[in-house]
Design a protein. Structure first.
Length: 184
């Protein structure tokens, strides 16, 4: 998972805190407005994102990338429950969003580079997501960080009255497949 040094921004990746809720909401709302990353259409409030941050437990990391010196949140990544059945407890659906001004500057890579070990440490054995086919940035990030495309959902849901397809991606976390956590 190496990245050319010229592309690496000077960023700090750390766990999300309540003080990050406004920036996380702003970045997510940009993604909602752009219509290439989510089926969501209703923007999120700071209060909703505070509850969302609180809902992340030790098994579902939520990280932010911040610009050193300014502490400006420029992106976030999170693991959320995949399904409620016990047999799926070690699988998480992940999301990653980057501020418009910081896209194509390695923020997603920095987040993913910190997130994968955090997910493994949290006891997860698989990360999954669904990505719009035209979201080349996310698809490229997945390929660069060890995810594989496992399928394609045709007409998965409607967005603005138009059927949209998604590509399904996954990454196994081998340590937790070989030695599953008994903490759950």
């Amino acid at each position: 998972m190496s990245e050319p040094a010229s592309e690496r921004p000077r960023l700090t990746v750390r766990p999300a805190e309540m003080r990050d809720a406004a920036a996380i909401a702003e970045i997510y709302n940009q993604g909602i407005r752009d219509r290439i990353a989510t089926f969501e259409v209703e923007e999120r409030s700071v209060e909703e994102r505070e509850r969302w941050i609180q809902a992340h437990d030790e098994h579902h990391p939520c990280l932010v990338a911040v610009e050193p010196g300014h502490e400006q949140v420029v992106g976030w990544i999170s693991a959320d429950s995949y399904r409620s059945r016990t047999c799926y407890r070690g699988i998480a659906e992940y999301s990653v969003y980057v501020h418009r001004d910081w896209r194509k500057h390695g923020v997603g890579y920095a987040l993913m580079h910190a997130f994968i070990p955090a997910a493994e440490e949290a006891g997860l054995w698989k990360l999954v997501s669904r990505i719009f086919p035209e979201n080349i940035g996310s698809l490229t990030l997945c390929k660069r960080t060890g995810f594989r495309e496992v399928g394609y959902y045709e007409k998965h849901a409607m967005l603005d009255g138009v059927w949209r397809d998604v590509i399904i991606v996954e990454r196994l976390l081998p340590r937790n497949i070989e030695q599953p956590s008994s903490e759950w």
